[in-house]
Ligand binder design. Sequence first.
Ligand SMILES: C[S@@+](CC[C@H](N)C(=O)[O-])C[C@H]1O[C@@H](n2cnc3c(N)ncnc32)[C@H](O)[C@@H]1O
Ligand SMILES: [Zn+2]
Length: 388
Amino acid sequence: MSARLVTIAEGKTKLRVPKKSLSEREPATNPVFFNPAARVNRDVSVAITSVLAGSSFCDVLAGTGARGIRIAKEVPRSVQVTLNDFNRFAMTIAKRNAQLNRVTDRCSFSHDEANHFLYSKFGRDEKFDFLDLDPFGSPAPFLEAGLAASAHESVVSVTATDTAVLCGVYPSVALRRYGSTSRRSDFEHETAIRILLYFCCRAAAAADIGIEPIACHSTRHYLRVYLLTHRSAASADHSVRQVGYVAECRTCGECTASEAPLTKCRECGERVQAAGPIWTGRITDGRVLERAKHFADRMSFTNAAPILQALVGVDRYPPYSYDLERICSRLKISSVSHQRVSERLSSEGFDSMKQPFEKSGLKTKASYAEAAEIVKETSSSSPQTHQI
Ligand SMILES: C[S@@+](CC[C@H](N)C(=O)[O-])C[C@H]1O[C@@H](n2cnc3c(N)ncnc32)[C@H](O)[C@@H]1O
Ligand SMILES: [Zn+2]
């Protein structure tokens, strides 16, 4: 197999990639897949790996090796990187990329089916401190093996590109793949991330492993989560208690997080359809976020730093949000600015922040009715209408 290759720069790394992948809207999987738009995904990965301890990284679905080679080259300490892919041509390119960046001594290569490779590490001392799963579509088929090959206190990072499934467009597929019913809502990307975390929690708990999410983002067409694993039954027990459901009432707008799935809105009594099970616990580690954001700033990862910054404080709020445009449209008023609503909420004693996973979402502990009242007041006291 052959392809016209070109050299590009990503971070401090040079990469040989198929020329066609730079111009196609959907990069081809043949002869090897490379998505230039996933640079920000890899930037976040380099930032998080740089600020956490650990000396081995496994890029088990490596493609051209873009992520693994960047880790070997850009993380400011020596990390031994293992790159695996069942596409022989991908591994040929990955080896060339290691040579191009003079990191061959930090890299090893494996041409194998991912689960077969990961289970070969099961029960051995060569488990990984960082393990990345970056599949086409759902990561579900790889998670159990990924956890088996990850060390105690390791970081497992997971991409899902079956976003429509997790966001409620195909709830029955979500139930099949993730054991959880997805639902469309004004905070469907957050729910999607929390369903993915629920799945990670379940898969880990089955192996007596607890999880602690560090960071997550919803960017373009994919979702991404980073979690720390703890190999202990007590930690797994703690994790499985962080599971529940979330429901949005289409009639009155109220949102509810609950231990069991709600069927009726607690506010107006109308029928609701809950999403879940979802992970309702913390989804970030503030200290890691802060340090990774500084690293991203220093490296001029201009798109990654805002992604990390946007997450700061998210765990102070319930696992849902309200959509300002939707509130205005229900109230039949013109758009209000996020900042003015936020100031008004604050003067009423409610903190708030921009929802990091949705376009015009507002996170607050205020009820929907309280938030809507404040939006109404903001609108009537505005000298002119604002765009969000
Ligand atoms: C989305 S691409 C990875 C992109 C890469 N991580 C990057 O940042 O450029 C997914 C890769 O997984 C490989 N792959 C898919 N299923 C696999 C399996 N079961 N075992 C091993 N490799 C697999 C594909 O050949 C492809 O190269
Ligand atoms: Zn209601």
